[in-house]
Design a binder for this molecule. Structure first.
Ligand SMILES: CC(C)(COP(=O)(O)OP(=O)(O)OC[C@H]1O[C@@H](n2cnc3c(N)ncnc32)[C@H](O)[C@@H]1OP(=O)(O)O)[C@@H](O)C(=O)NCCC(=O)NCCS
Length: 200
């Protein structure tokens, strides 16, 4: 059973033209209105690049470039995949990325980094971005989303641990942190092999 963010949120389909970035998919901005904070989620635009980099630098520091997930994104190239941002008013407060990957026959995305600016944590923004990623990956007929992260957090969004030894990444990863969300029934059982970023 999926948990709604604290206080719940209403979803409204915005009237504005969606921003197109990294994909032909047309994505409508969605406004989440909460009791104490309203935020919107839409596709990242090229103009958001520096603000997103600042978020990543603040959350992960210079060591972020050595992370295995970064290697996969490098393999896929900067133009591959989908990126979403959350804004409070015009302020960019969170971001997430989906990178297309190959994993044997499985059509999948690698999710991350997911970053919420600390003053805006705990308002359901991370959860809403995860939901947006899931919706986008489903719309693109993906079988699976993989990520490296804290299981207690992602479990709430339906992610489970990938059985040990089944999936290899191009770099070291704590196997307890390798998680997956199955979008096609049986996809996780079939997923086997080495993850590679797919060029868009
Ligand atoms: C982890 C992160 C994305 C969560 O974003 P958020 O918008 O605060 O998350 P939400 O509001 O959707 O959810 C908040 C809930 O998750 C819990 N939570 C947050 N981080 C958690 C973690 N690492 N493990 C377990 N629970 C966590 C909070 O305690 C809160 O619980 P509550 O609802 O019971 O009060 C954000 O804290 C962040 O950007 N952290 C730094 C970067 C990072 O670690 N990114 C994830 C990479 S794995």
């Amino acid at each position: 059973m999926r948990r709604l963010p604290r206080g719940g949120f209403r979803r409204r389909i915005g009237e504005a033209q969606p921003v197109k970035f990294l994909t032909q998919e047309r994505l409508r901005p969605i406004t989440h209105a909460m009791s104490d904070l309203s935020f919107s989620i839409d596709a990242m635009s090229a103009a958001d690049h520096d603000a997103v980099e600042r978020l990543h630098a603040r959350a992960f520091g210079p060591g972020r470039f050595a992370r295995t997930a970064y290697r996969i994104r490098e393999e896929a190239g900067e133009g591959a995949g989908l990126s979403f941002v959350a804004r409070v008013g015009s302020l960019l407060v969170a971001a997430v990325q989906l990178t297309p990957i190959s994993l044997g026959e499985t059509r999948a995305f690698m999710l991350g980094p997911l970053t919420v600016d600390p003053p805006f944590e705990g308002r359901g923004i991370g959860r809403a971005l995860l939901q947006r990623c899931e919706d986008a990956a489903r719309a693109l007929k993906s079988d699976l989303i993989l990520l490296v992260g804290d299981e207690p957090y992602y479990r709430r969004a339906g992610y489970v641990r990938v059985p040990m030894g089944r999936v290899t990444l191009p770099g070291p990863v704590d196997p307890m942190r390798l998680l997956a969300l199955e979008l096609t029934p049986g996809a996780l059982a079939k997923a086997q092999g080495t993850v590679r970023g797919v060029r868009g």
